[in-house]
Design a protein around this ligand. Structure first.
Ligand code: 13P
Ligand code: ZN
Length: 270
């Protein structure tokens, strides 16, 4: 058995959490990540038949039965993952119709998965129906996007169009736009179900006055998606109080669609 601390998925998770902390998106224990892994990847490093603990998920996710996830722990600080990955992270497998999590490695202090486990698992299930290559759900509290939810309409089309207009790259990186949930109680199955529903039509879901969810094929892709939207929100906050002289027109957005082979969300461009 190889040392799990040398596993590419673990190294990438450590780098990503440290980078997200450095970006100021994950104060204290803010944010959580789940990375789906295959049994063949995992079994190089751990005995998949040795279950350390069984933790009730609190919901059922039948389509995820037997799937493996590396997940951040509840109450754990992203800045500390690099120093104690086996305490701050857990590797688990969903069992019993997706109603139990079998811990195979990590959460060494007796801890457990993120309080946003329902939103993560339900979002994985939703994204897999849209795009089978999806492996990552990432939640964080990016400052500018969060600030934007206090001063901008939460209408999804309006919110998306504003972000698209802030940087030329936005429509290329997230042509499906962003979906928005009004404030809901976090850490519940209800917000999990609502997030998963929104994940069916966009890889970005804003939680008003809280933060953001991003989905992607790998950690880099989910990170880059969030980074791009957050950059757009930063520009918006820099200009929102100034008279607008120029913008990216819908005509120019159509040129971007043609050049980069993307299709903007139906009905979002004139
Ligand atoms: P956890 O520490 O349970 O992951 O919660 C952090 C968070 O961002 C809640 O939305
Ligand atoms: Zn949060």
């Amino acid at each position: 058995m190889k040392d799990i601390l040398t596993a590419p998925f673990l190294i990438e998770m450590i780098r990503t959490t440290a980078n997200m902390y450095a970006h100021g998106w994950d104060e204290r224990n803010g944010g959580n990540i789940s990375l789906m892994l295959s049994e063949s990847e995992v079994s190089e490093y751990i005995d998949v038949n040795r279950v350390l603990r069984t933790i009730p998920a609190g919901f059922k996710a039948p389509s995820l039965e037997g799937k493996y996830f590396l997940v951040t722990g509840t109450g754990k600080y992203f800045k500390n993952v690099q120093y104690a990955p086996d305490v701050n992270l857990g590797l688990l497998r969903l069992a019993d119709g997706g109603s139990n999590a079998q811990l195979l490695w990590g959460f060494a202090d007796g801890g457990t998965f993120t309080s946003e486990f329902p939103a993560h698992m339900m979002s994985h299930a939703a994204r897999l129906t849209v795009n089978p290559s999806n492996r990552v759900i990432m939640h964080c509290h990016p400052t500018n996007l969060l600030a934007m939810t206090y001063v901008h309409s939460l209408d999804e089309k309006a919110f998306t169009r504003t972000l698209w207009q802030m940087c030329t790259e936005c429509i290329i990186v997230f042509p499906d736009g962003v979906n928005v949930l009004e404030w809901l109680l976090c850490g519940t199955n209800e917000i999990g179900e609502a997030t998963a529903e929104k994940m069916k039509t966009s890889r970005l879901v804003v939680w008003a006055q809280h933060g953001l969810y991003g989905a992607g094929a790998d950690l880099d892709e989910a990170f880059g998606l969030i980074e791009t939207a957050e950059k757009a929100a930063e520009i918006y906050l820099k200009i929102a109080h100034l008279p607008l002289v120029n913008t990216i027109t819908d005509e120019q957005m159509h040129l971007l669609e043609g050049r980069y082979g993307v299709k903007a969300r139906e009905g979002y461009l004139a």
